[in-house]
Design a protein around this ligand. Structure first.
Ligand SMILES: NC(=O)c1ccc[n+]([C@@H]2O[C@H](COP(=O)([O-])OP(=O)(O)OC[C@H]3O[C@@H](n4cnc5c(N)ncnc54)[C@H](OP(=O)(O)O)[C@@H]3O)[C@@H](O)[C@H]2O)c1
Length: 264
């Protein structure tokens, strides 16, 4: 049985991804959320089993996805500690290191930690997974398949997870800021917002796909579209004057620093 504790935004998306891709059949899922409206909605939509007691999930499931907010973890662990032993724990709780989860549980558990990002909502997520002690290759493979239903997945050592969080975890917000600014630029030179935003979205999407598909370094692709004394060269000069490049680097560095402060 596959259990899910916390069926909010991310828990719900992962759950529905598993069902859509038939990674787990509806009868193989048991869900629990404090918000009973949420579990009832998912139960009725997919024909799943739901419970109003987290301990029932722990008793019946051999793999458990935990998708509650970090501030709810102490309360949850307190409630289920005595019922945790052999199950594989899959945690998407941001900033909670595997050791910290084990300390809270007060016992050795097999844990896989996942760091997803919001584009998982549209099947274009970037998820990082780190496996703790005792997790088998096949269990890691299962988690890769689950997150693979929602985008790309790569395994990384846990000590690099916080670095990845500053990039792919927070990255959607940085990309949105750039996207919005690009569209604002279009408005400034006379386009209406709908047109400007469509141009900005498709330009970012197309550029990202071009990098992914050609596997060329971004600088090399950039040089190909920058002719001497041309429009792009003038635009790039404005970006360099505005220190966009170093601001982006600093954004990742600062996010990682904040993550370390919050985690300690
Ligand atoms: N959203 C993201 O982009 C993102 C990305 C990476 C990681 N994460 C991580 O994913 C986790 C879930 O985030 P989310 O955005 O999905 O949050 P969310 O939408 O608030 O979902 C969490 C759900 O868990 C429920 N809950 C709270 N305490 C519980 C308990 N003790 N037992 C069972 N259910 C409980 C909440 O119910 P109530 O609302 O009634 O409290 C809520 O329905 C967080 O740890 C977050 O850091 C999120």
């Amino acid at each position: 049985m596959f259990g899910v504790i916390g069926c909010g935004t991310m828990g719900g998306v992962i759950l529905e991804g598993m069902l859509r891709e038939k990674i787990v059949p509806p009868e193989g899922l048991l869900i629990y959320d404090k918000d009973t409206g949420r579990t009832e909605f998912l139960r009725d939509k997919w024909g799943l089993k739901a419970t109003s007691d987290a301990k029932v999930v722990c008793r019946e499931a051999d793999r458990i996805l935990i998708a509650v907010k970090p501030q709810n973890m102490d309360e949850l662990i307190e409630e289920i500690r005595d019922f945790l032993s052999e199950q594989l724990i899959i945690s998407i709780v941001a900033g909670m290191q595997i050791n910290s989860l084990l300390e809270r549980a007060g016992k050795p558990l097999r844990v896989v930690r996942i760091m997803p990002n919001t584009p998982c909502l549209v099947g274009e997520g970037m998820s990082i997974i780190s496996r703790g002690k005792g997790v088998s290759d096949s269990e890691e493979e299962l988690v890769k398949n689950i997150m693979g239903a929602l985008g790309k997945v790569i395994p990384l050592e846990e000590n690099l997870l916080d670095a990845a969080a500053g990039l792919s975890g927070c990255g959607p917000a940085y990309c949105l800021l750039v996207l919005e600014a690009l569209a604002d630029g279009g408005v400034e030179v006379g386009l209406n917002w709908e047109t400007a935003s469509m141009l900005a979205v498709q330009t970012m999407l197309g550029t990202a796909r071009m990098v992914r598909e050609t596997k060329e370094h971004p600088a090399s692709l950039k040089n190909k579209v920058t002719s001497p004394g041309g429009l792009t060269s003038a635009g790039l000069l404005a970006l360099e004057k505005g220190a966009v490049r170093s601001s982006m680097i600093e954004a990742v560095v600062e996010a990682v620093k904040r993550g370390n402060q919050l985690g300690s």
